[in-house]
Ligand binder design. Sequence first.
Ligand code: CP
Length: 300
Amino acid sequence: MKNILSMADLTKDEILNIIHKAQDLKEQGISSIDRKATVANLFFENSTRTKCSFEMAERKLGLDILPFETNTSSVQKGETLYDTCKTLESIGVEALIIRHSENEYYEPLKSLNIPVINGGDGSGQHPTQSLLDIMTIYEEYGYFSGLKVLISGDIKNSRVARSNADALTKLGAEVMFSAPDQWKEQISDIPYVNIDDVINEIDVCMLLRVQNERHDKGQSYSKSEYHVGYGLTKERYEQLKDSAIVMHPAPVNRGVEIDTNLVESPKSRIFRQMENGVFVRMACIQEVLNHKEEKVKCHL
Ligand code: CP
């Protein structure tokens, strides 16, 4: 794979290949990459998990990380994203990890000679989050076919919902959405359901963060009404199947998407998701750097 930009671009086999590599890295210990390479992480939107776990993955692989801070870069003088990335390519950076608020910011970057891994584009896609979610589900069940996955929350503004709907459907899971009317958007043919009608039959209860930063100014909602209507309350938790798991990409708005006491409850896999993120990101970086290496060899 040259780039990892959208789950819509990945085949079922490509997804499973990354998951298996990430599992090997987790089970067999860390192996650094065979050669030195320098990468840069360009985060134009705030991040804790994605930025830090990419950096952890890069360190574990023995890569050099070129520091890049958006607020002290020439982006502030008006330099375009393409020119910024082309500059980094010109000075020897071999892969870019980018998060940006613009949907599909990566389109003009496809002509670069170095790979790009998308760390999240606006409300578009978040492929490495989806891959770590898939790894977490696979660790639990070992299969996807027929698994019932409920994704509840701010579907309209969620890149996690889009990426997971694409990928989990491709893998054979039955995906359902639950959302307040103002945050509903039709994605593929995923049905909207009432959370209370399915809570006792789902295998995965995936909660989404309310994306306050993407809402129109002046748009407001009641946190307590949202929690009662669409969140994981103690009562709903009690109705889950014994084998069901609870997921959330985080950061969590405690008491809104999930009761604060359930964040570290026995069915919660929220911190396991973060742990798996490091191995998935190592596998993704290896994938794009190895692809680049093979392409260079073909041209020798
Ligand atoms: N899940 C996720 O993308 O978290 P960050 O915004 O902290 O990276």
